[in-house]
Design a protein around this ligand. Structure first.
Ligand SMILES: [Zn+2]
Ligand SMILES: [Zn+2]
Length: 334
C-alpha cells in the first residue's frame, strides 16, 4: 500500500509499504480523506520531534476494512471518523475521566503511525461511526471541532452573552460557530482582516483586526459594557493571550486552547484585580460525539474551511499550501 513516510525533518517520501496487520482490539481503516494541521506541519519541519520513520495524519475519515476477532464495536464496511488520542485507561487520571491529561496518552499520527496512508491500524475504540447522511468533507474537521467544543464549553457560555474568539484559523472559525450554537454573540479578532468575510458568513456579528489597535474600545462597544463575558483564544501566540486579557470584562472568563511555544507574559495584577478566570483546554475528553452531532445537524459548517485538496502523491505540495496565508484547511484525498 501507499503511505507518506517521514524519515526526518522535511524528508517525506511517498512509498510502497507493508500493509498493517491486526492486533487484538484493533481495526484497520481504509482512509478516504485526511486533514493536515499545524501539528503535522511542526512535525514535518522538525519543530516537534517524533520517532522516525513516522506516518503522520490524525484528522481522518475512512471505512473499516477489517477488525480483530475480539472487536464488536465496529464492523468492516462501516464509515468512521477517527478519534486519534487515547489514554492508558489505567492511571488515576484516566480512571477519573481525565484521559486527555494521561501522562501515557498516545496520539495517532504523532506517537504511532497515522493516516497519511491508504490503510492504517488503530484501536477499534478510536473509531466513531459516521452519522448517516453526513458527507466525508463535512466530517473531515470533526477532530479539530472536538478540540473547540471542549474549549468553548469550558468557558460555560450562556445564551445572550458576548464572546470573542482570538484567531481566525480553522480552530477560530470553528469556535465562532460553536459559540453561536451555544447562543453567544461573537466578535472575531485576528491579526488581519483576511478571513473576516468568511467569519461574517459563519455567524460573526463583528470583527476586529489587531493591527488596527483599539482592542479594548472594540470589546466595550461590542459588549455594551466593560468588555466581553468570554474569550476563547485559538491563535497560540503570546500576543493572542495578551489580546484575550484586553478583551475580557472584569469578572469574565478566558479559555486558552492555542499552544504558544514561546513563554507568555501574563499581567497577573490585572488578572487578580479584575478576577479573571483563565482556563486551559487540552484536546478533548468526551466531546467527540457532540462534535459529530454539530456537524450532522449543520449547526457547524466545516466545508467552507477546506481551501485546498491534494492526492497523497502531492503531499509535499499540501504542506507547502498549509504554510500559505490563504489556506485554512488542507485536505488529502486518499
Ligand atoms: Zn490536528
Ligand atoms: Zn492514563
Amino acid at each position: 500500500m501507499k503511505a507518506a513516510v517521514l524519515y526526518g525533518p522535511h524528508d517525506l517520501r511517498v512509498e510502497s509499504t507493508r500493509e498493517p496487520r491486526l492486533e487484538p482490539g484493533e481495526a484497520i481503516v481504509r482512509v478516504a480523506s485526511a486533514g493536515l494541521c499545524g501539528t503535522d506541519y511542526s512535525i514535518f519541519t522538525g519543530d516537534r520531534p517524533v520517532d522516525y520513520p513516522r506516518v503522520m495524519g490524525h484528522e481522518l475519515v475512512g471505512r473499516v476494512d477489517a477488525v480483530a476477532a475480539d472487536v464488536t464495536t465496529v464492523r468492516p464496511g462501516a464509515r468512521v471518523v477517527v478519534e486519534p488520542n487515547y489514554g492508558c485507561g489505567r492511571c488515576p487520571l484516566c480512571l477519573e475521566g481525565n484521559r486527555n491529561l494521561c501522562l501515557s496518552r498516545r496520539a495517532i499520527g504523532i506517537d504511532v503511525d497515522g493516516g497519511f496512508a491508504e490503510l492504517m491500524r488503530l484501536p477499534a475504540r478510536c473509531c466513531w461511526p459516521a452519522p448517516d447522511g453526513a458527507e466525508t468533507d463535512a466530517l473531515l474537521l470533526t477532530e479539530p471541532l472536538a478540540v473547540v467544543v471542549r474549549a468553548v464549553d469550558r468557558g460555560a457560555p450562556r445564551r445572550g452573552e458576548s464572546a470573542a474568539v482570538v484567531g481566525a484559523g480553522s480552530l477560530g472559525l470553528l469556535a465562532l460557530q460553536v459559540l453561536r450554537a451555544r447562543g453567544a454573540r461573537v466578535l472575531v479578532v485576528s491579526r488581519t482582516s483576511r478571513r473576516f468575510a468568511l467569519a461574517g458568513a459563519l455567524g460573526a456579528e463583528a470583527t476586529h483586526a489587531t493591527a488596527d489597535g483599539a482592542l479594548v474600545e472594540t470589546a466595550r462597544r461590542f459588549s455594551g459594557r466593560e468588555g466581553v463575558d468570554l474569550v476563547v483564544e485559538t491563535a497560540g501566540t503570546a500576543d493572542a493571550v495578551t489580546h484575550a486579557l484586553d478583551l475580557v470584562r472584569p469578572g469574565g472568563r478566558v479559555v486558552v486552547t492555542g499552544l504558544p511555544h514561546e513563554s507568555t507574559p501574563v499581567p497577573f495584577f490585572s488578572v487578580v484585580r479584575r478576577e479573571i478566570t483563565i482556563t486551559g483546554s487540552m484536546i478533548y475528553q468526551d466531546e467527540f460525539g457532540e462534535a459529530l452531532r454539530l456537524v450532522a445537524s449543520g449547526a457547524v459548517r466545516t466545508r467552507p474551511l477546506i481551501t485546498h485538496r491534494f492526492g497523497l502523491d502531492r503531499i509535499g505540495d499540501a504542506f507547502a499550501a498549509h504554510a500559505e496565508p490563504a489556506s485554512i484547511k488542507v485536505a488529502l484525498d486518499l
